[in-house]
Design a protein around this ligand. Structure first.
Ligand code: HEC
Length: 215
């Protein structure tokens, strides 16, 4: 019990120190002689707790001023630095990915020799391409692959990409990336290029706005 009272008085002492409130009943000591229609004014000091808060904000503002206006910190620099850092991380990731999947970073190769083209032709049947593009590439469900009009673009890069990633959504040409190896896709693309200008039995009318021919 006595302990409790001691604690309480210590707390009270602290509060008194922080507020420097004038005791009720002793107002006369600090009464000013201002009198406005009977309303009078006490000359209380600023409470220390409030003053300390004020001093802290002054200290922070000086620190802030020095950091922002005199130091070399600024937001633009911080932004540029984090962009720089991000670029480094991306580059490092690509480096790592290149080592793990080198095939993703090499351009598709176009074959022109008879042996490779024969392999491509075989794959065109084996991989069911003929079902939609015709056995001779003349077209059917899929577009004619022998004319110089392309929906998705001609040339090894585009043709390889179409076989890899597929056509426009819902058109029927799926992405073959997961079911046909890169080498086989290169052989297929090379074979398709070799079909340029050939005359299929039942050519489908040209489709697409892109004109490309290897001739
Ligand atoms: C189920 C039918 C179907 C099969 C099977 C199919 N394709 Fe296609 N292919 C299409 C359709 C439809 C398009 C047109 C896509 C579009 O309009 O976006 C197309 C487009 C293409 C194109 C782009 C033509 C252009 O004009 O840009 C190439 C190249 C192609 N296919 C190659 C192949 C190869 C190689 C295979 C076999 C691995 C294959 N396709 C299997 C239906 C098929």
């Amino acid at each position: 019990m006595s302990n409790n009272i001691e604690n309480l008085s210590a707390w009270q002492r602290f509060i008194k120190k922080m507020t420097k409130a004038n005791e009720i009943g002793k107002e006369e000591d600090i009464m000013t002689d201002h009198d406005y229609d009977g309303i009078r004014e006490l000359d209380n000091v600023l409470p220390p707790w409030w003053l300390y808060g004020f001093y802290i904000t002054i200290a922070i503002s000086i620190f802030y001023y020095i950091m922002i206006f005199m130091g070399n910190y600024n937001q633009e620099k911080e932004y540029a630095e984090s962009v720089e850092q991000g670029k480094k991380e991306v580059a490092a990731w690509i480096e790592k990915d290149k080592k793990a999947h080198p095939e993703k970073y090499t351009e598709a190769k176009a074959y022109t020799d008879a042996a490779h083209l024969a392999q491509g032709k075989k794959l065109f049947t084996e991989k069911t391409c003929f079902a939609c593009h015709g056995a001779d590439g003349g077209g059917g469900i899929g577009p004619n692959l022998t004319d110089n009009k392309w929906i998705l673009g001609g040339g090894i890069k585009n043709i390889f990409n179409t076989i890899t990633k597929g056509g426009r959504p819902g058109k029927g040409m799926v992405a073959w990336e997961s079911s046909i190896t890169k080498e086989e896709r290169q052989l297929l693309a090379s074979y398709i290029i070799s079909l340029q200008g050939t005359t299929p039995a039942n050519p489908k009318a040209p489709q697409g706005d892109i004109t490309w021919t290897n001739k």
